[in-house]
Write a protein that binds this ligand. Structure first.
Ligand code: ZN
Length: 464
């Protein structure tokens, strides 16, 4: 009977301990199980990469991942633009043609979208809701693709501006695009010159958010999307997003691809919703790939101004592309350092599908997410930084003692004596990278070792 054997061995060990009469030594037990301290806020999953495969089966593919994602703390799932694009069965959705065809009508050479059928999408959304995961739609409002040729008097030539979608909803012609009778253009950027939508045109406003059958209301009320990721908002006025949000509400995040914190802040101020923290992304890229970790403490980021409005990220469907080599965090180990940063710092973190599912260490990310949801609370203080090494502290709150994170970007082990907030205390590295326990001195000091190109995350070993 193995159980009996275990008990008798334990009994002998206890007897031996009593006999020795020595001072009780604290056992090296398992650290506190952080699961007991999880807060409701989790992380967002970007549920796709560029040119997902196999085609026509993506909704079903990620549907099988929902249980796992729920278990690690994913509370929002960002889907690619879900309606039919000009590239039909090859489209990633950023070339919208029919906003109401989710894989239901035979047009652009296919019934299904690249991601599957409407029924499969509805099943995915319903399954996510069953898990308590919100589903975020990717909304492309700037431009359209896939129209038919028509004569356009504003350009005095034929343009692809005649849209007669099979859904029968949101017919468009040259007056709905720039230039038209209202003006020549809206924002400074003309991304899709001939199919750049004019959001001042009553037909566009009606179909995007004003009428009961608008895209916004249909996506919310019929398709049951919970929120929005607004694509390429630099191409139009912030008032467009504001109108959409006033009409349907929900979670909202802007893609303002810009590293300037003040500019990101201005978009948040004008729309009231969150924004991807591109300033933070570039700080991480330059600190880690460019090997100057001091940048992390020195430069501004959206999360430093508006912690509750910043959606932090390390990689996405654009930055993963080879064409964006200068604009991405290169190696897997560098990206892991970047995730250790965003999952310990303020901001709402977004996990990139490929990083979690195929490229980086799943157990490593899962530990970081658990840390994010339990220890990563309170104000942030930078404890130390030099070119290779960065350390910071979260001050904690009434439920957790916070954390100390170290990021070592050097190719050798680094030891730094840091002043932690905990005096004469036993602290433990919850990252899984060292599995070490340390005792701080009366001043809170501890000599913390961090392996080469790695990170540690410390907190009290027992805190409740
Ligand atoms: Zn306009």
């Amino acid at each position: 009977m193995p159980m009996k054997k275990k008990i008798s061995i334990l009994f002998l060990v206890l007897l031996a301990a009593c006999k020795s009469g020595s001072e009780p030594v604290e056992t090296i037990a398992q650290p506190e199980d952080l699961t007991a301290y999880l807060r409701p806020e989790g992380v967002m999953m970007q549920g796709f990469y560029w040119d997902v495969e196999p085609r026509h089966a993506w909704w079903n593919t990620i549907s099988t991942r929902l249980d796992d994602w729920k278990s690690i703390g994913v509370d929002r799932l960002w889907l690619p633009p879900a309606s039919k694009g000009m590239s039909g069965g090859y489209s990633m959705g950023y070339d919208p043609m029919d906003y109401f065809d989710f894989g239901e009508y035979d047009q652009m050479g296919t019934v299904k979208t690249r991601f599957g059928s409407r029924a499969e999408l509805e099943s995915l959304i319903s399954k996510a809701h069953g898990q308590g995961i919100q589903v975020i739609a990717d909304i492309v409002l700037n431009h359209n693709s896939g129209g038919q040729l028509e004569y356009n008097p504003y350009r005095n030539k034929d343009t692809y501006t005649l849209f007669r979608p099979a859904s029968g909803r949101f017919n468009r012609s040259y007056e709905d695009f720039h230039p038209n009778h209202i003006h020549d253009h809206d924002a400074e950027a003309l991304f899709f010159e001939e199919q750049d939508l004019c959001h001042e045109n009553p037909n566009v406003r009606k179909w995007f958010w004003e009428s009961d059958s608008s895209v916004a209301r249909y996506y919310k009320n019929t398709m049951k999307f919970d929120g929005w990721r607004f694509d390429y908002v630099k191409g139009f006025d912030p008032g467009v997003v504001k109108s959409w949000m006033d009409a349907v509400g929900g979670f909202g995040v802007l893609e303002v691809w810009d590293g300037n914190t003040d500019y990101l802040k201005s978009w948040v101020d004008k729309t009231g919703i969150r924004a991807f923290d591109f300033a933070n992304f570039y700080n991480l890229e330059q600190a880690i790939d460019g090997n100057n970790m001091k940048i992390l403490g020195e430069r501004n980021a959206l999360w430093k101004v508006y912690p509750d409005k910043a959606v932090t990220f390390v990689n996405n469907h654009d930055t993963e592309k080879d064409a964006n080599q200068g604009n991405r965090i290169g190696s897997a180990e560098n990206r892991m350092l970047a995730y250790a940063y965003i999952l310990t710092h303020p901001g709402y973190p977004c996990l990139f599908y490929s990083d979690y599912e195929t490229i980086l260490s799943k157990p490593g990310l899962e530990k970081l997410i658990r840390i994010h949801r339990s220890l990563a609370a309170g104000d942030l203080t930078v404890l130390y930084s030099d070119t290779d090494f960065y350390a910071a502290q979260r001050g904690g709150d009434s439920t957790t003692p916070g954390l100390v994170v170290t990021l070592n970007n050097a190719s050798r082990n680094m030891q730094r004596t840091l002043v932690t907030p905990w005096k004469n205390a036993v602290i433990y590295d919850y990252s899984g990278n060292t599995d070490m326990t340390l005792t701080t001195d009366a001043g809170g000091r501890a000599a913390i070792s961090t392996p080469a190109k790695s990170y540690t995350v410390w907190s009290l070993k027992k805190f409740k």
